[in-house]
Write a new protein. Structure first.
Length: 397
């Protein structure tokens, strides 16, 4: 027997779980299909997700007005998601953004951040070298730095717990949570058939594919999505419980030491599933493209690049010279970029199959609003909200 639903969301990640929550609040007949986190990454042959983590930066300031609105709307709903689910996932530890000091009227990273804060009406402080050293003594920024401190509506979220909260609320609203891996999606007349690797089939009136980087799988969409998926490596440094009175005051940080550099991001120490506290840093020195879905699976199994871990460790010796860096580890994840620089939220040429993908390295904090737009798309056949300056179009190869 083939189970039948009105709407099927494929991908139990940050965007997909959010879409299922919003959809199931508007209608019945919703299913969310996607596997859970594998127990052994190195031996796992199935799909992965990049939300398998305990901390991601969240902030309201963004120079891009579209990303700023996506973030602000999502952050505004954190409280209701946490209260409704009973799952806390947000820590308002503040976010510090640091770059070279502004000189004259030349474009600069700090200048762009301050302009964005002014446009958005976000309360922030501008910090000089002395301010940075006094307020954040655990960091050692080079002379000639300038910071922007966002203390409210900023800090970090726990992506695992946010996904759990979204899925729990969707289930309470009547959505079926199906822990399987989708292998194919086919539109046949006025219905869409979804087949899983477990050998089951499900029928939906409409289907939303929210499979992250795995959305490039050509069996999920009528044509391959134009989505560039890049390998990313993050490094972790274990922090002693006894030292948390110092390191526990570390905020979320984005640091660009030279104009034009990508820089790094850093998360304060948080507790991971093994019971230990880790501080996390990310910022790959180059882009490693993963052109096929098997490449993505192999990358996750690899656990990351040792060369990137070493580079991040070297940066940490400059940034936090008093931190014990001897207990280091790393993990693999991916980021997915669309040609537009915004998420692809659009119906495909198969008019009952929609796509919701492409976080562009900035979507974790904004995932609830991105998911809501995906829910609008599949529910109405288009995005009804017209306040965004982009149409979130999708391109195909």
């Amino acid at each position: 027997m083939t189970a039948r639903f009105k709407f099927i969301v494929i991908g139990r990640g940050m965007m997909g779980a959010a879409a299922a929550r919003h959809l199931s609040g508007w209608t019945d007949g919703v299913a969310l299909i996607g596997p859970g986190e594998p127990a052994d990454y190195a031996r796992h042959e199935g799909v992965f997700a990049s939300h398998y983590d305990e901390a991601r930066i969240t902030r309201t300031i963004d120079p891009d007005p579209v990303w700023a609105r996506l973030a602000n709307r999502s952050i505004a709903r954190y409280g209701e998601i946490a209260a409704g689910s009973g799952i806390d996932f947000y820590s308002e530890s503040g976010c510090l953004l640091v770059g070279p000091k502004r000189t004259g009227g030349a474009p600069s990273y700090v200048g762009n951040v301050l302009d964005a804060a002014a446009r958005l009406g976000v309360a922030s402080e501008t910090l000089t070298d002395g301010d940075l050293a006094g307020r954040f003594p655990f960091f050692s920024f080079p002379q000639g730095s300038e910071g922007v401190w966002e203390p409210k509506n900023a800090g970090h979220i726990n992506p695992r717990r946010l996904v759990k909260a979204q899925a729990l609320l969707a289930e309470r609203q009547g959505a079926a949570i199906i822990p399987e891996t989708v292998s194919s999606v086919r539109q046949e007349g006025d219905a869409v058939t979804v087949t899983t690797a477990e050998g089951n089939s499900y029928s939906g009136e409409k289907v939303l594919v929210a499979a992250g980087g795995f959305s490039i799988n050509e069996n999920l969409l009528p044509r391959r999505l134009d989505l560039e998926v890049y390998a990313r490596t993050v490094a972790f440094f274990e922090v002693d419980e006894a030292a948390m009175d110092v390191w526990g005051r570390v905020p979320s940080l984005i640091w660009k030491w030279r104009e034009g550099e990508d820089g790094i991001y850093l998360l304060p120490p948080v507790r991971y599933p093994d019971g230990k506290m880790y501080l996390k840093i990310g910022g790959d020195p180059d882009d490693l493209l993963l052109p096929t879905e098997p490449d993505i699976r192999a990358w996750f199994r690899s656990g990351g690049r040792e060369s990137t871990k070493q580079r991040l460790t070297e940066i940490m010796t400059r940034l936090m010279p008093d931190l014990d860096l001897s207990r280091a580890s790393m993990a693999a994840c991916v980021t997915s970029f669309t040609p537009t620089g915004y998420p692809a939220i659009a119906m495909t040429e198969a008019d009952r199959i929609g796509i919701l993908s492409g976080g562009c390295g900035a979507a974790a904090k904004s995932s609830d609003e991105i998911g809501r737009l995906g829910a609008e798309l599949i529910f109405h056949g288009r995005i009804v909200d017209d306040v965004y300056s982009t149409d979130f179009s999708a391109n195909y190869l």
